[in-house]
Design a protein around this ligand. Structure first.
Ligand SMILES: [Zn+2]
Length: 219
């Protein structure tokens, strides 16, 4: 009997718990995963280190893509712009203009080249910072755009789109995601700052489930 080759997928991996959960979700669906980790000029490289750990732990292929946003314009890229200390009204200073559009475009190019059938992204529109390129209508529009502008058919999946942080953590637990190897803080200090909005949503998610954060810090 001929063995059926498993389908392949490109997974956008950031080092945070959302994209890690999406990677394990894709694996559970039977995809052979190729992770794209972006070194896009973020001020701290910690999330890249954690993204590599997650890719390795899951036994997936990965590559780091180095790009720049020379105009910066985000607290993640420019030391002179302060990160919001608490949850702000509107889109916070951590927003990187069109970042998911850029990342997904790279993923489409990569997917078509390696003949991957699917792209997975961990965008979600609950318990998040209100970034416009995480909205469901953006994902739907990008999917339509990809159908028009590609030689191959590549499907885009955002399985967390309507989930809360707590639901994502619950799903990750079921999938066996090693949350201890995920990093969410926007600051790359030795310990998570506990103050940025990314830390806030992560802590809220674990707390609402009555769990402690399993992140392991090397002493
Ligand atoms: Zn933080």
């Amino acid at each position: 009997m001929k063995s059926k080759k498993s389908p392949s997928a490109v997974v956008l991996l950031s080092g945070g718990l959302d994209s890690a959960t999406v990677l394990y979700w894709a694996k559970a669906q039977g995809f052979k995963c190729y992770c794209l980790i972006f070194d896009y000029g973020q001020l701290h490289k910690k999330e890249i280190i954690y993204a590599k750990k997650i890719a390795q732990a899951s036994g997936s292929n990965y590559q780091i893509v180095k790009i720049t946003f020379p105009w910066k314009g985000s607290a993640l890229l420019d030391k002179k712009i302060a990160l919001p200390k608490k949850i702000v009204k509107g889109v916070p200073s951590s927003y990187v203009a069109a970042r998911n559009i850029v990342f997904l475009s790279f993923a489409l190019s990569f997917a078509e080249t390696i003949k991957a059938q699917r792209i997975f992204i961990g965008a979600h529109a609950q318990d998040y910072s209100g970034y416009p390129d995480c909205r469901p209508e953006f994902i739907a529009a990008f999917r339509r755009m990809a159908q028009k502008g590609m030689l191959e058919k590549v499907e885009i999946s955002a399985p967390l789109l309507f989930k809360t942080k707590a639901q994502i953590i619950r799903l990750g637990q079921k999938l066996g995601v090693p949350f201890a190897l995920t990093w969410s803080c926007y600051r790359g200090g030795r310990y998570p700052c506990g103050k940025c909005d990314s830390c806030y949503y992560r802590a809220k998610g674990f707390k609402s489930l009555g769990l402690g954060d399993p992140l392991k810090i090397k002493k």
